[in-house]
Design a protein around this ligand. Structure first.
Ligand code: SF4
Length: 389
């Protein structure tokens, strides 16, 4: 039997799509290889969201080209869609697949039948973004807005739960753009009478409506007490330059309203360090703003130019050493935020799902150690000193 190996870079949507590709290979009588050395075909599902993501993928291709077995290498994903990267010149011996859906079993009906022995899985409900934040390459590589029909989402969830999944992360490139409204979909999902929960992945602040907050409040067992709401900067000027669609005031009001309704929520965010034109003063404003808001932690991205974006044309680029220093300041605040959130939750009991041999994830995004054998059930656990967020 021929073997395939699939390597996924980047976001949750890519991970879901790799599962679609994987199922197609299995349907065509391929077996999954555990190592690239064993494979006849290697698929690289790439990402191009940062310069680092580009480099990682290119490094991996170079490494694979040195394998003695010489498998067929197929490269697909956002890096391929980014026309500014001349991959065919760089790697003449690999197959480049621009339309990833041709690797799926069914490009129209994108549904997976299961995720082998995983209790926490990603479910793609939406694709595409047309928001054009000035730093972001995504609307150029995933520009078609697509939403999975409601009935397909519901039947896919039922099937995933029946095959042993207990946490389903609703995933998309811009989930708030789900056609018909995300809260309308969530309202239908919570009515499914099975033992599972959903987690809403990254969502823009102005796409969280009152109904979604009400649903979270009314269904603590079905919707995880966690929201990831990207901030990106705490400077009014930089937010405008970034083409983000809110002011600091809007953001703060919304966050406080959400926390008031859901006091035990884990609230996480994204922040970009060193956006073009960001001065020391703007950076300090960001640091002060993230300190002030009740975040449980954040992801810090060092700004990198993405050719073709508006921000890449901006003058006043921040030197890379300065970007590093600013990211370091943010990491220090993040560490404190995480410690505070953990200590506030110490000794509390939360519902968790297994995410590794001895690891589980609580509804409020805390990783705990566990020795439970359950892989397909939600169980109660206690937050201890060894837990992490
Ligand atoms: S909302 Fe902005 S940051 Fe998010 S994918 Fe769209 S353009 Fe990129």
């Amino acid at each position: 039997m021929k073997k395939y190996f699939i390597y996924t870079f980047g976001c949750k949507v890519n991970q879901y799509e790799s599962q679609l590709i994987s199922e197609n290979f299995k349907k065509n009588n391929f077996e999954r290889a555990l190592k690239p050395e064993e494979a006849d075909v290697i698929i690289l599902n790439s990402c191009t969201v940062t310069a680092k993501a580009d480099k990682e993928c290119q490094y991996f291709i170079r490494k694979l080209s040195k394998l003695s077995r010489k498998p067929k290498i197929t490269l697909t994903g956002c890096l391929v869609k980014n026309k500014n990267v001349s991959l065919s010149k760089m790697f003449p011996n690999i197959e480049i697949v621009t339309d990833k859906t041709t690797l799926f079993n069914d490009s129209q009906k994108q549904t997976v039948s299961g995720f082998d022995k995983h209790s926490r899985v990603f479910l793609k409900i939406q694709d595409g973004c047309d928001s054009f934040c000035s730093y972001c390459i995504v609307p150029r590589v995933r520009n078609v807005l697509w939403s999975k029909p409601e009935n397909e989402v519901i039947s896919e969830i039922i099937n995933l739960v029946k095959t042993g999944c207990s946490e389903i992360v609703l995933t998309g490139i811009h989930v708030g753009k789900y056609k018909g409204g995300l809260s309308v979909l969530v309202e239908k999902i919570v009515q499914i009478d099975l033992d599972f929960r959903i987690r809403i992945s990254s969502i823009e602040m102005n796409e969280i409506d009152d109904k979604l907050i009400e649903l979270m409040k009314a269904n603590p067992n079905k919707i995880c007490r966690h929201l990831h709401i990207p901030l990106q900067s705490g400077s009014e000027k930089i937010l405008k330059e970034m083409n983000r669609k809110y002011s600091k005031k809007n953001f703060e009001e919304k966050i406080l309203e959400i926390i008031k309704a859901l006091p035990d929520l884990a609230l996480t965010t994204d922040v970009i360090a060193g956006f073009p034109g960001e001065t020391e003063k703007h950076h300090k404003e960001t640091c002060d703003f993230v300190k002030k808001l009740p975040f449980a932690g954040f992801h810090i991205f060092r700004y990198s130019d993405r050719e073709g974006t508006k921000a890449s044309q901006f003058k006043n680029k921040v030197p890379s050493t300065e970007i590093k220093n600013r990211a370091k300041d943010l990491f220090e605040i993040d560490l404190i935020k995480r410690k505070i959130f953990l200590s506030n939750n110490l000794e509390t009991k939360r519902k968790a799902v297994k995410i590794g041999v001895n690891k589980a994830l609580t509804d409020n995004y805390i990783r705990v150690e566990t020795d439970t054998p359950e892989i397909s059930k939600i169980f109660e656990t206690k937050i201890t000193e060894n837990s992490k967020i």
